[in-house]
Ligand binder design. Structure first.
Ligand SMILES: NC(=O)C1=CN([C@@H]2O[C@H](COP(=O)(O)OP(=O)(O)OC[C@H]3O[C@@H](n4cnc5c(N)ncnc54)[C@H](OP(=O)(O)O)[C@@H]3O)[C@@H](O)[C@H]2O)C=CC1
Ligand SMILES: N[C@@H](CC=O)C(=O)O
Length: 430
């Protein structure tokens, strides 16, 4: 057995406290799997004297994270503080000194992953971050390693537990968005300020990381088209249900038809109730990967929570510890092939639209003519109600988002259309 590897932990909150618990409870097993014991050498927090969810030796606690990560005797740094700063400065300081880093920080990787990967490359250390996307679900390592010889065409999934919980409650109980959000907050899924979840920022950061690994390209969260779920009403959810669909917040990363660029987007979409993603309930996550040779793969599990996320952190911890002992590094992510991210207008998608109209001759013809003018082909059209209260419900074939958007704008200006009652993308049944 080699001499102990010294670990510095930055953050002792929801995830950090569970990391400490696992290191303590499974110390002997981890040592056997690694070939050296792990020694927790310091824990950086914001406030001393706060009650923790795990017992921590007070002598290990410090508010001086910078001194901890730059200590010569530290081998591995685990960052579970979150946010951009000071996390970025601390991680780069550790990597540039040749330490290995494990992080769960999707916000930072989504905003500025390139800086971290470059620091890992020049410092000859490891940067592992399985926990940053979909918590406990092994997803990045399969993309980084198992599927690296294949050609991924699409990654499609539910990567935010809070929004999935809210949409699932709206679907199963008829709750309003506000009531479902309140329930998610009571259960501890959503933060007191749930903006990052409900506005899609969290999912967009994860989509950027996923797309980067699936397509070996550099993608930032800023390049991800993002729409949240705050505008979705109980009526939208109920009418989707009536038509055999369920609304989910999806992250979609897809190669363009000509293979020369990728589209990366996060938005609510209607999927058929028979689609496997429709069965993903509560705060669970699930991701489909479609690869040329492997075919369709589905990953499912807990995307959030202290213990599930700590499980992914521990997996990375063992991997970087083994690498250090073997004097090697994991895959180098700093030299990406560069597929460009195309703008949302070039993305090909389908649309469901409900129009309030009067039930009289010529209305359907005028509406159909507008779709044709913008090169959007209609797949199905159905009329509900009659007289002054009629509604045309139209589902399109695949068209570019630019053509669909121009069609929706045109519909709002047509005299025969009293209101565009709802517009939503449709995925999963082409
Ligand atoms: N919670 C989850 O389900 C998941 C979280 N993640 C990611 O894991 C990371 C951690 O999340 P989570 O554990 O929920 O966050 P918490 O807010 O629960 O914990 C953050 C910890 O960081 C400490 N901290 C904050 N600022 C500093 C600082 N400047 N110096 C030293 N310590 C500091 C806090 O100290 P103090 O306790 O004193 O305030 C706290 O212990 C984030 O990147 C998050 O996105 C990823 C997947 C799931
Ligand atoms: N807020 C996230 C948890 C961490 O990634 C979610 O709800 O999925």
């Amino acid at each position: 057995m080699s001499k102990p590897l010294k670990v510095a932990l930055l953050g002792c909150g929801v995830v950090g406290s569970q990391v400490i618990r696992l290191i303590h409870e499974q110390g002997a097993d981890l040592a056997a799997r690694i070939g050296a014991p792990l020694e927790l050498a310091g824990v950086a927090v914001r406030r001393l004297g706060r009650k923790r969810d795990v017992e921590v030796d007070p002598a290990l606690l410090t508010t001086d994270a910078e001194s901890l990560v730059t200590r010569d005797d530290i081998d591995i740094v685990i960052e579970v503080i979150g946010g951009i700063e000071p996390a970025r400065t601390l991680i780069t300081a550790a990597l540039s000194r040749g330490k290995s880093v494990v992080t769960a920080n999707k916000a930072l990787l989504g905003e500025d992953g390139a800086t971290l990967h470059e620091a890992a490359r020049t410092g000859h250390g490891d940067l592992y971050f399985e926990a940053s996307v979909a918590g406990a679900i092994p997803l990045l390592r399969p993309l980084r390693e198992s599927l690296v010889g294949d050609h991924v065409n699409r990654v499609l999934g539910i990567v935010n537990g809070t929004t999935n919980y809210i949409l699932d409650k709206m679907d199963s109980t008829g709750a309003s968005f506000t009531d479902a959000l309140e329930e998610a907050q009571t259960l501890g899924y959503a933060e007191a300020d749930p903006t990052a979840d409900v506005e899609g920022f969290d999912a967009a950061a994860k989509a950027a990381i996923l797309a980067g690994h699936a397509f070996h390209s550099r993608v930032t969260a800023e390049q991800v088209h993002r729409e949240g779920i705050t505008e979705i009403t109980a009526t939208d959810v109920a009418s989707a249900k009536e038509m055999g669909y369920v609304i989910k917040l999806l992250a979609i990363c897809a190669r363009s038809d000509d293979g020369r660029s990728i589209g990366v987007r996060v938005h609510p979409a209607m999927i058929p109730r028979t689609h496997p993603l429709a069965g993903v309930r509560e705060a669970y996550n699930a991701v489909f990967v479609e690869a040329e040779s492997a075919g369709e793969l589905m990953f499912y599990g807990k995307g959030a929570g202290g213990a599930p996320t700590a499980s992914a952190v521990l997996g990375d911890l063992v991997a970087v510890a083994r690498n250090r002992l073997a004097g090697t590094r994991g895959p180098d992510e700093s030299t990406y092939a560069s597929l460009k991210v195309h703008p949302i207008g070039e993305t090909v998608t389908r649309c469901h639209v409900a129009l309030d109209v009067a039930d009289k001759p010529g209305v359907l013809a005028t509406v159909a003519e507008l779709f044709a003018k913008h090169d959007v082909s209609i797949q199905t059209v159905r009329q509900e109600g009659h007289g002054d209260d009629a509604q045309l419900v139209i589902v399109t074939h695949r068209a570019t988002d630019a053509d669909l958007t121009a069609t929706m704008e045109g519909l709002r200006e047509l005299d025969v259309v009293r209101a565009v009652a709802s517009v939503m993308r449709v995925e999963g049944d082409e």
